[in-house]
Design a protein around this ligand. Structure first.
Ligand code: GDP
Length: 295
């Protein structure tokens, strides 16, 4: 698979050993390798360029500590900058509210893994002692509603749906149902299309306006590369969402989308979906993702 960035740097920076300072000349090779590794990990070009510049500035003039090699030092700088660029701390979803239930709205393109994630999140919250309700607001696709029902049955979480093709009505009635049945979190699975279109965006905006969700999560397939960043930007411009869910992270990806999206939309990544099973959901930790990108 990939040669890890740490290994590449060890190799490239051999000549640096014995030198006391990192300077413009001896750092050039390392920067090229870092750039290459980030691009290989699917980080957006502009993000990569800025990131490498940041690392270069940090590294220049650093005294090489006797106990570590220059390569190790640069790897450490890259690691720390990656963690910082991805938000530093792990960010939880917001469920704090005085009303019942707390509302989580889930948005994203069709095929992104939105419905699967919705069920995974309900499963996770249930395990944490919450009483979730899943609401099928993707009213245009009967298959999506059926899929949610199947997943709900698997995890023992009720699914609310209506016959009419009215997403707002489905969501509002679902929230009312949650209230009456002592469910303290309502997770609304909204409609997705294969591509961004005005109607979908307008509907999502309307849902946000009418429901005032405590949390809006944007779901995106990490395998679609640069498109992930563009899609995130469009959704964020319209919805000003609270967090990102990167799906299909079990695929052949180093996870550069995490760095790109965080940099471009400046919203925290909150979850990673790493498989098709309802348990394959992980909380996002910038530290772990930095390790993964570094290899
Ligand atoms: P939606 O159209 O956005 O609601 O997407 P779905 O939840 O229906 O997912 C689309 C396809 O991707 C389905 O076949 C899912 O089983 C699959 N899928 C969803 N999440 C993941 C994931 O994290 N990893 C993998 N490998 N497949 C996933």
């Amino acid at each position: 698979m990939f040669e890890s960035l740490s290994d590449k740097l060890e190799h490239a920076l051999k000549k640096l050993s014995g030198q006391a300072k990192i300077n413009e000349i001896n750092i050039g090779m390392a920067m090229r390798d870092i750039k290459r590794a980030l691009l290989d990990a699917d980080v957006n070009y502009k993000v990569t360029k800025n990131f490498v510049e940041q690392v270069r500035k940090q590294a220049l003039g650093e005294e090489v500590i006797k106990s570590v090699s220059p390569a190790q030092m640069i790897v450490k700088i890259v690691h720390d900058e990656l963690v910082k660029a991805m938000g530093g701390e792990q960010k939880d979803i917001n469920l704090k509210t005085s009303r019942m239930p707390a509302v989580i709205m889930v948005a994203g393109l069709q095929g992104s893994g939105k419905t699967t994630f919705t069920a995974k999140l309900a499963n996770l919250l249930k395990k944490k002692g919450r009483a979730p309700l899943l609401i099928a607001a993707d009213v245009y696709r009967p298959a999506a509603i059926e899929q949610l029902k199947t997943l709900g049955a698997q995890i023992g979480v009720p699914v609310f749906s209506i016959e009419e093709k009215d997403a707002l009505k489905a969501a509002k009635q679902g929230i009312e149902f949650a209230k009456q049945n002592s469910k303290n979190v309502a997770i609304v699975d909204t409609a997705g299309r294969l591509q961004i279109d005005e109607e979908m965006m307008a509907e999502a905006e309307r849902l946000k306006r009418e429901l005032s969700p405590e949390e809006i999560l944007f779901v995106v397939d990490s395998m679609i590369g640069q498109e992930a960043v563009n899609t995130a930007k469009v959704f964020n411009d319209r919805l000003d969402f609270d967090g990102v869910v990167l799906t299909k992270m079990d695929g052949d990806t180093r996870g550069g989308a995490a760095l790109s999206i965080k940099t471009v939309v400046d919203k925290p990544i909150k979850f990673l979906s790493q498989g098709e099973k309802v348990d394959d959901l992980d909380i996002f930790y910038p530290e772990r993702m930095a390790q993964r990108i570094l290899g």
